[in-house]
Design a protein around this ligand. Structure first.
Ligand code: AMX
Length: 437
């Protein structure tokens, strides 16, 4: 078995016992209460789910296994010394809670490369999709098509024991993560180019190979991709893509079925699709002002933002269901831009938007959080390196998100978490409840 799997086998009994003990000794303690507002309002902030891999603080932002993003950048091994953390290092951390050594990361890279070959039917299927099918629809469908290889599904059909679920999930998780780069590269090269996909290169790391298969050989872009995958991986359990994977997986649907469902949630404009919406909004702003013969200034941006709001639309990339301050995922992308592309005009535009938008949204008076989220910045960085096809951006978010939700799915099965089934009520039930209370 791989060294990662061995480490997990060592860690699992302790975690399982601790959870059983906690339930036995403290199971009846009350952690939260639910108001009618929350019941109607999308269950906002109700604590009702176990999620081990990350935790989100409204003001500080995300911590992965206790580490902030700057701490990950400092502690996790990079591809080269001092470089951005690699997704392999992050996966190790998410799964074990421990910071890996460079050797452990390299072993995981090699393991992923060894698992990367796609089953024969998947590539022809992607190539047969109609032109113009959204890349997220293609991604979700391709993940479903990969499901013919699910170890979990086939072992379950053979009658495997509950005690083995974690192991089948582990195999599916790594196979699936390993196969995403080629799937996504085929989607990209077929959707926007002649369909020729550069050859898989297992001498590179996960992100480096992914980038070169997309057609990008600039090492700075590879660094961006490492950081991009890491920061998009996990954002605790309640966001729609994470929760969907956890929910679907709780029925013992295998990791392929669960991840495909998760990607469908990510494809919504209020969630992952916001990153393509942001770039569309910025380019629309530039174009409109150009047509009107106006300069891009804080005043003209403010006017354009008000037009968007008055048209009954949201400002993409701003606001958040949990965060109440600027997203640290935005800040680390900003730091990357300051280092690598300080003079890029679109980066400057993003900065000016950041200067004015919190005031506009505060004056608008609706959103609880007038600050930018992760999606506000990612498109500008991708575009700078030549990845200009912005309806593809959410696919990259999806590759990142797979690392987080699948790592948690592993623990869902390792801890034997049950079928998820919250209680719903009708509005008549609520009216009755109100009369009595
Ligand atoms: N522009 C305009 N109005 C906004 C807004 C924005 N950026 N953010 C929130 N609002 C509005 C809401 O639409 C809502 O209006 P309503 O009362 O008429 O329905 C009101 O403010 C209150 O919303 P909220 O409690 O502040 O936010 P929420 O928890 O309901 O929703 C989110 C959070 C992210 C969906 C919302 O802020 C939004 O639509 N933002 C723009 C889309 C976006 O950037 N999504 C990406 C989020 C990060 C991610 O998942 N990738």
């Amino acid at each position: 078995a791989s060294i990662l799997k061995k480490r997990l086998v060592e860690l699992m009994p302790g975690k399982q016992e601790a959870l059983t003990k906690m339930k036995k000794e403290h199971g009846a303690k009350i952690v939260d209460k639910v108001t009618i507002d929350q019941l109607i309002g999308g269950a906002r902030s109700i604590k009702s789910m176990l999620w081990e891999t990350s935790l989100l603080d409204p003001l500080e932002g995300i911590r992965f296994r206790g580490y902030t993003i700057p701490e990950l950048q400092e502690k996790l091994p990079g591809y080269k010394t001092g470089g951005e953390p690699t997704p392999e290092a992050l996966l190790w951390l998410l799964l074990t809670g421990e910071v890996p050594t460079k050797e452990q990361c390299d072993a995981l890279t090699a393991d992923l490369h060894a698992r990367a070959k796609l089953p024969a039917h998947v590539e022809p299927m992607i190539r047969a999709f109609p032109k113009g099918m959204h890349p997220m629809t293609q991604l979700s469908s391709a993940i479903l098509a990969l499901q013919t290889e699910s170890v979990f599904a086939s072992e379950y059909a053979k009658g495997t024991s509950k005690k083995k679920y974690w192991e089948h999930t582990y195999e599916d998780m790594l196979n699936l993560i390993a196969r995403l780069p080629e799937v996504c590269a085929i989607i990209y090269r077929v959707s926007y180019f002649d369909g020729v996909v550069p050859k898989y290169d297992s001498k590179l790391d996960y992100s480096g190979n992914f980038c070169q298969m997309l057609g990008f050989n600039d090492e700075a872009f590879h660094e961006l991709m490492r950081l991009y995958i890491v920061i998009h991986s996990d954002h605790e359990g309640g966001n729609a893509s994470a929760h969907t994977c956890h929910l679907v997986g709780s029925t013992l649907s295998d990791p392929y079925l669960s991840l495909s469902a998760s990607m469908n949630a990510l494809a919504g404009p209020l969630h992952g699709l916001a990153n393509q919406e942001v770039l569309g909004w910025l380019l629309g702003l530039q174009q409109t002002l150009k047509e009107q013969g106006k300069e891009v200034t804080p005043e003209t941006i403010t006017d354009f933002a008000w037009e968007t709001l008055k048209a009954g639309k949201v400002i993409p990339g701003y606001g958040h269901a949990v965060l109440r301050k600027t997203d640290p995922r935005y800040m680390c992308q900003r730091a990357f831009a300051l280092k690598h592309l300080p003079n890029d005009p679109l980066f400057k535009l993003v900065n000016t938007v950041y200067e004015v938008m919190p005031t506009v949204l505060t004056e608008h008076g609706k959103t609880k959080n007038p600050y930018p989220n992760v999606d506000s910045h990612s498109g500008v960085l991708l575009k700078y390196y030549g990845l200009t096809q912005y309806d593809y951006y959410t696919v990259l978010f999806g590759v990142g998100r797979a690392f987080g939700v699948l790592a948690q799915l592993f623990w869902d099965r390792a801890l034997g978490l049950p079928l998820e089934r919250p209680k719903s009520v009708t509005s008549e039930w609520l009216e009755d409840f109100i009369k009595k209370n």
